[in-house]
Design a protein. Structure first.
Length: 155
């Protein structure tokens, strides 16, 4: 797993760095003609989980990027709880992924672009664990552009 060291005074640069890595995961999904959403889980400046949408490949509606990253992180750290971890995901999580994040007790979720139709915020932001901190709009334009371009080509 990769380890990065950041100046504690530049949280925004850190979030952008990790969101770029989540965008790289989304590009993998795009290359496989999956909806281009990518996610990584970071714990103490170490990437412990990665994932991208695999719903088409696995013919499984639960194979979202976040779910893949949660599973990968739990295997890496050897436990189901992701306390002291941050999920970086290119698009606001859906209700299912927000609910899964609740059970992981993840400390923080950072997303790129809003998902107005299927994102959990429009359905009820109280789906997250009470201790989970939510931050949005990190590299939102780049994250949204991947989705817009993907769906424009399919129509």
């Amino acid at each position: 797993m990769s380890f990065y060291n950041f100046d504690n005074n530049d949280a925004e640069a850190e979030d952008q760095h990790y969101m770029r890595l989540a965008l790289a995961e989304a590009e993998k999904a795009l290359a496989e003609e999956e909806i281009p959403i990518g996610a990584i889980v970071v714990c103490k400046n170490r990437i412990v989980g990665r994932g991208y949408n695999l719903t088409e490949r696995f013919n499984d509606v639960t194979a979202h990027a976040e779910m893949q990253a949660f599973t990968s992180a739990a295997q890496t750290i050897g436990g189901k709880y992701l306390r002291d971890c941050t999920l970086y995901v290119t698009i606001e999580p859906c209700v299912m992924c927000a609910g899964a994040s609740y059970w992981t007790q993840i400390s923080r979720i950072v997303y790129g672009a809003r998902e107005e139709k299927r994102g959990f915020i429009s359905k009820g932001a109280n789906l997250l664990h009470p201790k989970t901190v939510l931050k949005g709009d990190v590299l939102a334009e780049e994250c949204a552009a991947l989705m817009k371009n993907f769906f424009a080509k399919r129509r």
